[in-house]
Design a protein around this ligand. Sequence first.
Ligand code: ADP
Length: 502
Amino acid sequence: MPPQLEVLDKVPWMIWTITPDGRCEFVNRFYLETTGLSADHCTAPPAVWKKSPRDLPPFLSGVHPDYRDRAASSFWDGVESGRGWTYEAPFRHADGAFHWHVRRAIPLHDSKGNLVRFVGTCADIQDFKVAQERLETAEERARLVVDRALDAIIVIDSDSTVLDWNEQAQDIFGWSRAQILGKQLADKIIPPEYRRAHKAGIKRFLTTGEGPLLNKRIEITGLHKEGHELQIELSIAPMKVGNRWTFSAFVRDLTESKRIAETLRETREELAWMSRLTAMGELSASIAHEIKQPLSAIISNVETSLYWLASSSPDIKKVSVITQLIGRDANRAIDIIGRIRSLINKTVSERVPLDMNALINDVLDLTGWELRKRQVSVKTELSSSLPMILGDRIQLQQVILNLILNGIEAMAPVEDRPRVLSVKSGPFKEGEIQVSFHDTGVGIDPASADQVFEAFFTTKPNGTGLGLSICRSIVEAHDGHISAMAGIPHGAVFQVNLPNGR
Ligand code: ADP
């Protein structure tokens, strides 16, 4: 065997030659070892195997049955046209397993340009195919995750060019994938006033590796294609692929949830106001009494004053003292009316520094007559070192009022022991204050201590079951906590914890 042919025979690469009429002339040893076919089988003359014009030659007998037709047409097209062929198909190897091959043949011509033979090779691309398939599956999975995600997913590069944009992003911002891929993100969905900050943020991250907005959820304003702004929740994750940074943004439209939260807040405030009106209604006799007191004092002082003035030599000094008393009582009446009005008015909630002790005393003043009428004595232990809190005056007064009225009602059936309402306030653990109301009423079943805060839970024939539920929502809106427990030895204890205003 000439050395060139020996090299061809032994090279670890499958090589063969085909005559212009499609007969396999030569297959190298590596081909035979790989496929497990014999040389005689591969090079058998057409008379043996060619029953119809396009039958597969035996050297291709290992092709997977599903690919026979394709292999046959690629082969015969190449032979008949004289141009050779390239195709991919799975072939059975000596161990019985199918491996993908890429098979290629080129024509060889003599000096006159006549076709002499085809020379072909084939490469085992099984590993490559498997890797490609895995890659395609992974890509498809990633695409599906992005497309099916409930959030909008937007990917940009370090120049802010949009690399990916899913359907939800289209729903939120109005731009289709085709319209926005390759475009500058800032120009499309960031309101003009934030664009500079966006660019600066990316630049800062690329130079320092830091970004205060990265990897956390933030609420921010976005821009819709139609030009209106929208509230969105955004989180941004930077990712380094190779040596390029990309940024993935996950976006949720908050418009609807903001609207619902706003409606809910309004409804809650409306309900709280109604409940305040109801409580004030219950207190009307007490309130009337509170106002009547200074008014009666005024009337009697006016009478005294007139009496003094009617004398032949009026004692101006005495009249002046009495007039001052009249002024004081009038102010007291105005004060009470002001307090009642503020509780009855609908107001927008606002946070101001408040002294809880003062709020408690105000409400005790309003309920004073009611407490006396129901023979309830009040014991107060209000800490003089109580830190201020930040809160809404009317809302917190409503909580105090509800708790005091509930205490009065719980003590109404009690005949065999004193009716005492103990109100305490004090700094609680670090950063908190606590206010507690302990009555000597019918008490609370420890098993239903949490239930009392549920809306519509009531044990009273005419109860609404809303008072405590409103108290809880007010306290929680102040980042506080309210709890109920059985009192020792009698009654119930309600504790309100609130963060102090520092
Ligand atoms: P309502 O007063 O309309 O029933 P609340 O939400 O204020 O609504 O109270 C719910 C229930 O909690 C009351 O019906 C009562 O059973 C219980 N409760 C509230 N305060 C006390 C208390 N101080 N002592 C015992 N039970 C109480």
